[in-house]
Design a binder for this molecule. Structure first.
Ligand SMILES: [Zn+2]
Length: 263
């Protein structure tokens, strides 16, 4: 096989990186065509590296990748979008890290990941633009969470009762994180492990789950409802990711980082 055939080009989002050898780094990236990949960037920790600046966390880069033995090798890297505002304050860094870690947890290798790729770019662009203006919408990460769950096959059911399949009414319904959705008041007594779910909370979850960000961006949610929605989603993620036997470090961090109240 000629060298030309063994080199391919791909777009990539840098999700995670770790140092190996003396000067190399292994990058976990999301690609549109091949899902999640681990690639090695050789010599990238040397001060003379021309690739280093294009392989920062959260960067959208265009890569040339050559076949390697353990990891495929990044031979060229060029920044497409730097998302530089994501690195300018702690709130934006925390939000971008959360997004990257969730994508890392849910993305699979080897599959076409175009819809996940589009969602990832959209949320990073939105976060970058809004953090540049100093006002990240508090609903953005919730919206992203819900859409990520839908794309990866873990969509919680907020519209119909999980048991009788009747449309849920705007009254007090009952959430089951383990069942992945909501039971109506008639069916709930037949199930263990349910918690009351207030109408306002259910409405926000339904709205953010079913709308594009363009439609969802304008809603304002009262802080107590926002906190409740975040709690439901964080606990649901833990249930889903445990079922998936994912990174325990991520689960510990998720449990430890309940979002701080708004100032
Ligand atoms: Zn029911």
């Amino acid at each position: 096989m000629s060298n030309r055939e063994r080199v391919r080009s791909t777009r990539a989002l840098i999700l995670r990186r770790r140092d190996v050898n003396d000067a190399d780094r292994v990058l976990t990236v999301l690609t549109p065509g091949d899902g999640k990949l681990e690639l090695i960037a050789k010599g990238v920790r040397k001060t003379t590296s021309r690739k280093a600046g294009h392989l920062e966390l959260f960067t959208h880069a265009a890569l040339l990748v050559a076949q390697g033995r353990t990891w495929d090798i990044i031979t060229e890297a060029q920044t497409v979008e730097s998302f530089r505002h994501l690195r300018e304050n702690l709130e934006a860094i925390a939000a971008a890290s959360y997004i990257a870690e969730l994508i890392d947890s849910f993305a699979e290798g080897g599959d076409d990941a175009r819809t996940l790729w589009d969602l990832a770019l959209q949320v990073l662009r939105e976060l970058d633009a809004t953090s540049a203006q100093g006002r990240v919408p508090p609903t953005l990460l919730i919206w992203f969470n819900l859409h990520l769950l839908s794309l990866t096959g873990f969509q919680p059911q907020f519209f119909r009762c999980l048991d009788c399949a009747q449309e849920l009414e705007p009254s007090l319904n009952f959430l089951s994180l383990h069942a992945g959705g909501v039971f109506c008041p008639r069916c709930a007594p037949r199930h263990d492990d349910v918690e009351a779910l207030e109408v306002d909370t259910l409405k926000v979850l339904r709205f953010l789950q079913s709308r594009s960000w363009n439609e969802a961006a304008s809603i304002t949610v009262r802080t107590p409802v926002l906190r409740r929605v975040e709690s439901v989603l964080n606990r649901y993620l833990i249930v889903v990711l445990e079922r998936q036997v994912r990174s325990t470090a991520f689960l510990r961090r998720l449990a430890a980082t309940q979002p701080a109240p708004e100032g």
